[in-house]
Design a protein around this ligand. Structure first.
Ligand SMILES: Cc1cc2nc3c(=O)[nH]c(=O)nc-3n(C[C@H](O)[C@H](O)[C@H](O)COP(=O)(O)O)c2cc1C
Length: 192
């Protein structure tokens, strides 16, 4: 466990796409979902549900159904021996809320990413998912919408965040280190 404050933790978190092949304790995975459970939720409806994928065979299968780092594909793909060791499938229960659950999901996922970061675990929030294949693999009921997948594992890389110069596109330098440009503060505060 790293002892830094929340602000530092937020700044430190980067999307990770290279993972060490070390298991994550089930108690940590439960902790991540508990962090998600405490996220804000519109009308406190709490429509967000989860599937934890930590079975070796299923983890292997899931790798086929997610896409990595579009701007630098296939450079950003985890190589053999760098794959995620766990996935969390994030679902919306349409029996609880038919539509408009995306903001709840965003808040819940960010709680997961930051709690994982505090545990030294790297994450990649993945929207580019073969949802039909994932639905089939886990026999997911129709009333559950597959929104996102989170890939997890102990970090095998240390991406660098930097101020954007002329492009928001992340890139790898000659050493293979990922650089992530963020828009400057003065470019995002539109009025003072
Ligand atoms: C809604 C959403 C969907 C994303 N989908 C993918 C994805 O399909 N594959 C991927 O490799 N990264 C994906 N990402 C991660 C982004 O590429 C990443 O957050 C961005 O490059 C900024 O890097 P950072 O998280 O280190 O700040 C997604 C992020 C978000 C918020």
């Amino acid at each position: 466990m790293i002892t830094i404050n929340t602000y530092e933790l937020i700044l430190k978190r980067r999307t990770i796409r290279k993972f060490k092949q070390i298991k994550i304790e089930p108690s940590i995975l439960t902790k991540l979902i508990n962090a998600a459970r405490h996220a804000p939720s519109a009308s406190n409806l709490q429509p967000v549900k989860y599937i934890i994928v930590d079975d070796d065979e299923k983890v292997k299968e899931m790798f086929k159904y997610v896409r990595w780092a579009g701007y630098i594909a296939p450079e950003g793909n985890p190589k053999e021996g760098e794959e995620p060791v766990v996935y969390i499938i994030v679902l919306a229960d349409t029996r609880i809320r038919k539509s408009g659950y995306e903001l709840d999901i965003g808040a819940a996922i960010q709680n997961i990413l930051l709690t994982a970061e505090e545990e030294g675990i790297g994450t990649c929030w993945i929207g580019s998912v073969d949802r039909d294949a994932v639905r089939k693999l886990f026999n997911i009921e129709d009333y559950l919408v597959i929104n996102s997948v989170i890939a997890l594992g102990y970090k095998g890389e240390e991406p660098i965040v930097e101020e954007m110069v002329d492009s928001i596109k992340y890139y790898k330098d000659e050493k293979g280190v990922l650089h992530v440009p963020k828009r400057k503060l003065e470019d995002i505060i539109v009025k003072k």
